[in-house]
Design a protein around this ligand. Structure first.
Ligand code: ADP
Ligand code: MG
Length: 332
């Protein structure tokens, strides 16, 4: 039996979690959210957040497409995004690097310049790491953060009748990747979205006190909605016409023979936030000038996870970038 036979990355993680059923009174959330949550010294002290994310050459970046600075920026941003998704603030990070012996030192210097730029932007401090030898360059970052308990946002807290909202346009990273893969030069917006993405720490602290469930969009909107529904025991209805898609994404879809909706639903690495929120608190976000887009609503579990098209037709919400599925093959 192979990994893609059991359903890919998410099924594998579930299987591994079942094999390691260790609990601890201080572990408020372990496997299954964007970061682990460890209770502070008292119930009202800040919780410690811990997340780890790995970038592997060929699977996540290509050295002929991305500069080392861009790779460094992306490695930091994808971890900060997970801390932001918990409602938290990043603090310290540890970098584990696997490099071939003939790697140019100037390349590693530039990788660290990119990471340092991103660390300054998000207020993170590099506190250590590990270095070893391998053929494919691998960058694994473990990031710590903190969150005050009332602002902690878990994937499991969605309730029917809440709105589902996103913080920005979707599909940009996948559209940039599709253009690069087709040998086309992406416009600067798509290049940035794919090669040196930011994340939404700028709005997460404003959203967290008002939201219920929250997750970052690293595997496509469909997968993330499904994660919230799985953990919360709910359904969801996503309105196709309301999904924000940048004009460059539509143009990239036309040029590469794709559908823009596929980029938004199944592309990866947008690093926007998806959250559920009551209608009253949704209005409060507007009043505070925090711009988000409502893309649907939480429903009860029996209604399923649906995608509603402008003509009223509904289909099950599927898709999402799954690293071991047949569709989620490495992007060469
Ligand atoms: P994200 O996309 O937010 O980074 P992942 O899909 O990578 O989240 O992981 C989902 C959850 O599974 C997280 O809680 C993560 O810590 C956990 N996880 C992922 N891979 C493993 C693994 N190999 N062993 C144990 N836990 C894992
Ligand atoms: Mg995440």
């Amino acid at each position: 039996m192979r990994i893609h036979d059991i359903g890919g990355e998410f099924a594998l993680i579930d299987r591994l979690a079942r094999q390691s059923p260790i609990t601890h009174p201080d572990l408020l959330a372990g496997i299954g959210d964007d970061a682990a949550v460890i209770e502070g010294s008292s119930p009202d002290a800040d919780c410690l957040l811990v997340t780890t994310d790995m970038l592997v050459e060929s699977s996540h970046f290509r050295r002929d497409w991305a500069t080392p600075e861009q790779i460094g920026i992306k490695a930091v941003a994808c971890n900060v995004s997970d801390i932001a998704a918990m409602g938290g603030t990043p603090t310290f990070m540890f970098v584990s690097l696997a490099l071939a012996a003939d790697t140019e030192v100037a390349w590693v210097d530039a990788l660290y310049r990119g990471m340092a730029d991103a660390c300054r932007r998000y207020g993170v401090v590099l506190a250590g790491g590990d270095t070893t030898h391998a053929q494919a360059v691998t960058i694994s970052i473990t990031m710590l953060g903190r969150v005050a308990p009332p602002n902690l946002r878990l994937r499991s807290h969605a309730t029917p009748a809440e709105y589902l909202c996103v913080t920005g346009p979707l599909g940009g990273s996948a559209a940039g990747l599709a253009m690069l893969s087709a040998g086309l030069e992406p416009p600067p917006y798509l290049k940035d979205r794919h090669l040196a993405p930011g994340c939404r720490l700028d709005v997460s602290a404003g959203i967290a006190p008002l939201a219920r469930a929250m997750i970052d969009i690293s595997d496509g909107l469909a997968a993330e909605v499904n994660h919230i529904c799985d953990r919360s025991g709910t359904g969801a209805d996503i309105v196709v016409a309301d999904i924000p898609i940048h004009p460059s994404v539509r143009e990239a879809a036309r040029l590469t023979g794709n559908h823009p909706l596929d980029f938004a639903l199944s592309g990866g690495e947008d690093f926007e936030l998806l959250f559920s929120i009551s209608p009253g608190n949704r209005q409060r976000l507007d009043d505070q000038g925090i711009q988000v887009t409502t893309v649907g609503a939480v429903t009860d579990a029996a209604s399923g996870r649906m995608l509603t098209f402008p003509d009223g037709r509904q289909t099950p919400l599927s898709g999402g970038y799954n690293h071991f599925s047949e569709k989620g093959k490495d992007p060469e």
